[in-house]
Design a protein around this ligand. Structure first.
Ligand code: ME8
Length: 511
């Protein structure tokens, strides 16, 4: 079986999970579920980033130790993911022994390759971003006067300390060649160009250790130094794959899903580290866009970071999953609003989806006691519906190949709209009235079979809603986790004489 390894960033434990973290994790979950259905041996990793100065400071300000803070926030994440049906295969914490071992080994390999040297660091550091800046970079960003971080605008600290450096610059040409030869390495394309321009501008060696705080993994044989949190964090993707074991069936990762805020770390530092350590590079890094909430940037200080509980109080987790991936083309920025979510829910899910399911099963009961009859001679409109269902299957597959979630959903929605048109065109109520039972059976069969295949395609996005649909269609308990495209995706698998369950609304209208 071909393996498929998908990751999310590991989230900092300095703060509670919010909409942004949910977004990336849902996207990764959709890919994982889709690939499992397609028969791949999936390994889906998420987790938390526990070390670094930012976490140490957050703990201090709350009057707890870093590990106490980490334990609290880890629990929040672990409790949260099942509520969103996140099907991760592993959850990594960077304080685990397996990870400390992996980081130490990564360090040794970089050192053995001659990629590390000891020097002096004399620049600026942004703790919230855990990013180093030179004076020149601050000047270029017109932040020299204010001593503000060019990325986030918060104050940077002057740092002067002994530090180990990674010879990032030595890998510049190799990285450029890799990006040019592998057009799929970075997505979307706009981000790829951004990275190319950045690397072409020249890579400076990277400070990779600190001595001014202690919350982290010690540098092997020099415990005064703590490994830079990004070297620590990025290595998590290898740890979970079994590193430093020689046998790593899941490595290289098929895709790292991240937000655009951490693109440079994943598309520049990480591949250079891997090249230096002699390890294969991930096949793809995809950086999605940024969510604002009701027009405003989410921020801790403004207190408007959208909390999971707030969302789940108002909407079913599956509806949130659907909305986040439908509202904004993956890779673009987006604005979240409850009004937009309600609007989309009522029009696409309640009106289109819910309506098609409800009216189809209701008519099956009203006219045929819930029993599927023989699908007789196909007319052009029947063939067109089947063709559209098959086009949807190909379309979803293709769209998810390049993480175009919105396109995948549009393919599915197009079939749902087609199904509703098909009902109007064929007017089963007239066929029932005139007693054209053969045609009536054919039309009802086409509707229910379309619904079954739509439910299968939507299942990676809305696993519980899909289950509710399939349980009505199949009239038995069903787990979407058991869907296999090979076994379940053909047209015409519903048996003649099969009795569907009575419809009950899966997407009730919201007022
Ligand atoms: O950066 N819109 O962790 P983090 C969209 N520990 N996505 C958002 C978002 C928003 N407004 N806010 C957060 C770190 N995200 C490091 C990562 S990986 C080796 C180490 C999502 O807790 C998005 O995926 O700050 C972003 O990249 C990530 O959360 C940052 O999470």
């Amino acid at each position: 079986m071909k393996s498929f390894y998908v990751t999310t960033p590991i989230y900092y434990v300095n703060d509670e999970p919010h909409l942004g973290h949910i977004y990336t994790t849902i996207a990764a979950d959709v890919l994982a579920r889709h690939q499992r259905m397609s028969g791949r041996d999936v390994f889906f990793l998420t987790g938390v980033d526990e070390h670094g100065q930012k976490v140490e400071q957050a703990a201090e300000s709350r009057g707890v130790s870093p590990i106490e803070l980490a334990n609290m926030v880890v629990k929040r994440y672990r409790d949260l993911w099942p509520r969103f049906s996140i099907s991760n295969d592993d959850f990594i914490r960077t304080t685990e022994d397996r990870h400390k071992k992996a980081v130490a080994e990564m360090w040794r390999r970089l050192d053995a390759a001659g990629a590390i040297y000891k020097g002096f660091y004399e620049d600026w550091y942004c703790v919230p971003c855990e990013t180093y800046w030179t004076g020149t970079q601050l000047k270029d960003a017109e932040a020299w006067e204010s001593k503000a971080c060019p990325d986030c605008g918060r104050a940077v600290d002057q740092v002067k300390e002994e530090s180990y450096f990674f010879r990032l610059g030595d890998y510049q040409e190799q990285l450029l060649a890799h990006i040019r030869e592998h057009p799929d390495f970075i997505g979307p394309d706009s981000r790829r160009n951004e990275v190319l321009r950045f690397v072409e501008g020249g890579l400076r060696d990277l400070s990779i250790s600190r001595t001014t705080f202690s919350w982290g993994i010690s540098v092997p044989d020099d415990p005064k130094h703590v490994v830079y949190v990004w070297i620590d964090a990025l290595t998590n993707y290898l740890t979970a794959a079994g590193f430093p074991d020689e046998n790593m069936p899941h490595w290289p990762a098929d895709i790292h899903l991240i937000g655009k805020d951490i693109l440079r770390f994943h598309a520049v530092y990480w591949p250079c580290m891997l090249m230096a350590a002699g390890l294969p590079l991930p096949k793809r890094v995809f950086a999605h866009g940024w969510w604002t909430v009701e027009g405003k940037k989410m921020s801790k200080s403004k207190g408007n970071a959208l909390k999971p509980d707030e969302l789940l109080e108002q909407y079913d987790a599956d509806v949130i999953r659907y909305f986040l991936l439908r509202e904004v083309p993956f890779g673009h920025d987006g604005d979240f609003s409850f009004a937009a979510m309600k609007q989309r829910y009522n029009s696409e899910l309640a009106n289109d989806f819910g309506n098609l399911l409800n009216r189809s099963l209701s008519m099956l009961y009203k006219y045929r006691q819930g029993v599927l009859g023989i699908s007789g001679n196909e007319e052009a409109c029947d063939r067109a519906l089947v063709a559209d269902v098959e086009a949807m299957q190909r379309g979803v597959e293709e769209a998810l190949e390049h993480q175009a979630f919105h396109d995948a959903l549009e393919h599915i929605n197009a079939v749902v709209r087609h199904g509703n048109r098909y009902v109007e065109e064929n007017a089963p109520w007239s066929l029932a009235k005139t007693g054209d039972n053969e045609r009536l059976d054919t039309v009802l069969y086409h509707l229910v079979e379309t619904l079954r295949l739509v439910a299968i395609q939507i299942s990676p996005f809305m696993p519980r809603k899909s289950e509710a649909m399939l349980e009505q269609i199949l009239n038995e308990p069903f787990k979407t986790e058991n869907i296999s495209m090979r076994k379940h995706s053909g047209w015409g698998l519903l048996a003649v004489g099969h009795v569907c369950a009575k419809p009950s609304p899966v997407f009730p209208r919201m007022d």
